[in-house]
Ligand binder design. Sequence first.
Ligand code: ATP
Length: 332
Amino acid sequence: MTLLDITELKTYYRADDGWVRATDDVSLSIDRGETVGLVGESGSGKTTLAKSIIRLLPDNAEVVDGSIDFDGTEVTELSNRELRKQIRWSEISMIPQNAMNGFDPVYTVGEQIVEVITYHEDTSKAEARERARTLFDDLGVDPDRVDDYPHQFSGGMAQRAMIALALALSPSLVLADEPTTALDVVIQDRILETIKELQEELNSAMIMITHDMSVVSETCDRIAVVYGGRIVEIADAETIIMNPRHPYTLGLRNAFPDISDDDQELISIPGTPPDLVDPDDGCRFAPRCPFAEEECWEVTPEPESYGDGHAVECHRADEIEHLQEEAGKKET
Ligand code: ATP
């Protein structure tokens, strides 16, 4: 059953030199309990999409078009008060990239979690505090640390505390924005596993934002590949990993290690991400695409369906296997 239905969303930032088209015509639907990965390089618009959903955009951002239907409620039309009361934290929560910035330095972490719980639920402070302690325990943090201030936490602990806050009200949707990039690799795996376990226990849906293909391949049911403010390819995780059709997805896949293969050569994608200030027509990946032809420079590709929810925005997606074979022959 559909929980979130985003249609043709455009979220732009006002900048000195024009509009930054950070989310540009994005449609995405997510079912209850489903985990969808948003993967793409830095600056592709992943965070902007997440912040549009939970309405935490900075002042210079504007949703200029499109709709975000969350369980029958049009999020773009809610007042700030309705949003705080009905949606934020209780129904949709976000684990930000840098948890430390998410906490107020003058209150203990426990006080802040209790505040969020009691604002939304008819629960006593003592009960809310007990819930915070249990969540800390589940996340591998000493429950007594609920009485600490944010600055007393290490990066890893702050991230776990933010996960506790994000899950405290059993939201239907969790937006996890690079939840582990600030942490060291060993802790990363453990935290990802914990998020996944708790999310499954609560049957929350999740959008997992990352630039790391191996993270989404392990944790997500479906993967949406984001480039230049658009979803350029979306499908179930296996299809994206095994049979991608967009040249950018192919590039991303080759830029990340297969954890089971130590000898695999990593090839980064040449070129730089597009400037999103008033971009020209045409495919935004064309300047970096080894297969771009005239049409790609002139006409913006629309999503084409390849069955089973697999959609690709590429003029040459039909030919991708042949193009890859030809490219392989040239290399050898
Ligand atoms: P990262 O992984 O680095 O966070 P991202 O894929 O999440 O990248 P966004 O942070 O959504 O990308 O940024 C998308 C585009 O919007 C980029 O071109 C970025 O420079 C621009 N942008 C982001 N925030 C603002 C802002 N407050 N004002 C103007 N432009 C912005």
